[in-house]
Design a protein around this ligand. Sequence first.
Ligand code: PLP
Length: 417
Amino acid sequence: MMTGQVQSTPLNLEKIRDDFPVLRRQVRPGVSLVYLDSTATSQKPTMVIEAMDRYYRQSNANIHRGIHVLAEEATAAYEEAREKVQKFIHAPSSRQVIFTRNTTEAINLVAYSWGFSQLKSGDLILLTEMEHHSNLVPWYLLAERIGLRLEFVSVTEDGLLDQSDFERKLELKPKLFAFTHMSNVVGTINPAKDMIAKAHQAGAVALLDGAQSVPHFCVNVQELDVDFLAFSGHKMCGPTGIGVLYGKKELLEKMPPFLGGGDMIKRVTLGSFKPNELPYKFEAGTPAIAEAIGLGAAVDYLSGIGMDAIAQHEHVLVRYALERLAEIPNLRVFGPSADKKGGVISFVMSGVHAHDVSQILDQYGVAIRAGHHCAMPLHEKFQIPATARASFYLYNTFEEIDRLVEAIYRVKDIFGV
Ligand code: PLP
């Protein structure tokens, strides 16, 4: 086995790491941080922090309403961020890019607006067993209110979506197929293009949860022909409080507003209103202006490095990590082989609870996550209450994986397993 020092990557890691101030810190005296929790949230480069700082120092004003210099600058920066996101996901128009708070809100928007207006009692929604709670609970709430049926595509032992089960369930003629592009637990990258095409052939609208795909590899909404795509800024080097819903124009235009208030209206009289046009129809009230600008800077940052290079880096990292973890006795990794997954590894160690693994790793500066990762049904499927999860991003190094492995050996020493 080669060690981390001699692995190769397309990225200039020294330079990239220098862009992230937090990566320089020690978490306790003499212990530097190994951040392996980017699936929960990513770290932020100086460029993003400075873009938000600059906005607050120089151009802070409310958008769309004022005609003074600051209001015009703030509006221009906010709308420029929308255009950056449009290009990043290859959307036909920036009007199809709606700013939300996060992936969760984007999916709820579709459930409440599209779901309430287009679905009726008895209609079927197809989900999968590997969804994050964000792509389950909004549909359960809708199902309770209007009497929908729900079906779930099953997950195989090795953490893939069972494609024959998918095809069988499409024969039930679902109205919507909502699924994750990449699992936040086992890292599986689902064959989205093919599955969306099959969903369309069966007459379903397709919603893709891109929370874990958009930050990590190139997602092209036109090539995928996806109807809705939801993702979060904070997982892609941007700030918290900003997310995106992309939708096909003909669907968005038919949908009623999700929230009412300022900015989402064209005209209000006593007793009635006329909704604004896209995308403002879905952006009620003062939005997260600085956060949108921060997301725009994150898009610039990721594009400057190149999404293909980032994906390739994470691929070699995950392959190396899987090889190193396979050396450790009594450690079980969930999910498919490196060629079918992104940079997320969930594992259990016999005789040690995942929370204890995480707590001891933290003593060595290694930040991972333990629990059900908001995917309880998938953990139930694997018949385990919790997993320990290490996840990687563009700033992680092979040496950090060596530090993870060394720390896991210390867990074994402590528990005598
Ligand atoms: N979907 C997936 C696959 C996720 O991993 C997450 C967050 O971890 C979400 C949805 C929810 O994202 P947010 O909490 O930013 O809304």
